[in-house]
Design a protein around this ligand. Structure first.
Ligand code: PGA
Length: 246
């Protein structure tokens, strides 16, 4: 059982439409119950739903985040993109940056760094994703990959920034596989050891579900979870939160 203040972040990826709003009623009810007084729920729906999620959560403590932003904080001729000011304007307080699904498409550490800088200017809280691929893990490169992602992703970012680091092993995302608890514990400690001054909050992401949460919650250094697939089902999402505290 944990008494810690934990963050449960729902990453809806490219799922959901206006009908999905009805599925949130259960979570809203749950968020007002005593069971969640030691934690925070944050939804990161696709851009198209940010505004309606924000209205839907008006009278409860559930917060909103976006799944990405453009690297420029200004308005400009960038067809198809959204900047961090625009996200803030529709009610987002958080933004996920550096997700491996975007890194795979060519998002570099440098672009990620620019995105983080722009999000800080817009006063968004950053959920910075890092993680190794299966090949890197097999080659014993996990630590060096994470060190590099942290070093370049956070280049010139003030040490005082309020950061969430989501450790998401790429091989774990959407596969049902999670790391061995011993490995996860060591990796989380390693990530923290990269920060001398203010320690970031550390989240784990990758196939978190109501069954494996009993293992994941035993990692004391974790401050929460970034939840993809399971978060689209309100019952599963609530179960994960409940089981974290039970
Ligand atoms: P998953 O996704 O929970 O579906 O593995 C996590 C993520 O990509 O953030």
């Amino acid at each position: 059982m944990t008494n810690k203040y934990m963050y449960f972040i729902a990453n809806w990826k490219m799922y959901g439409n206006t009908k999905s709003l009805n599925t949130l009623d259960k979570v809203i009810k749950f968020s007002k119950s005593k069971e969640i007084n030691k934690g925070r729920l944050i939804y990161c729906p696709p851009f198209t739903l940010l505004s309606s999620f924000s209205k839907k959560f008006q009278n409860c403590l559930i917060d909103i985040g976006a799944q990405n932003c453009h690297e420029s904080n200004d308005y400009g001729p960038h067809t198809g993109f959204i900047n961090s000011k625009m996200l803030k304007n529709v009610g987002a307080n958080y933004v996920i940056i550096g997700h491996s699904e975007n890194r795979e498409k060519g998002e570099t550490d440098k672009i990620i760094n620019q995105k983080i800088q722009s999000a800080i200017k817009a006063k968004l809280k950053i959920i910075f994703c890092i993680g190794e691929t299966l090949k890197q893990k097999k080659n014993g490169k996990t630590k060096s990959v994470l060190r590099k992602q942290i070093k370049y992703g956070l280049n010139k970012i003030s040490k005082k920034t309020n950061l969430f680091i989501a450790y998401e092993p790429v091989w774990s995302i959407g596969t049902g596989k999670i790391p061995k608890m011993k490995d996860l514990e060591q990796t989380v400690k390693f990530i923290k050891s990269n920060f001398k001054e203010k320690k970031p909050k550390i989240l784990y992401g990758g196939s978190v579900n109501p069954n494996n949460i009993k293992y994941l919650k035993t990692i004391k250094e974790l401050d929460g979870f970034l939840i993809g697939g399971a978060s689209q089902n309100s019952k599963k999402f609530i179960d994960i939160v409940k089981k974290t505290y039970n």
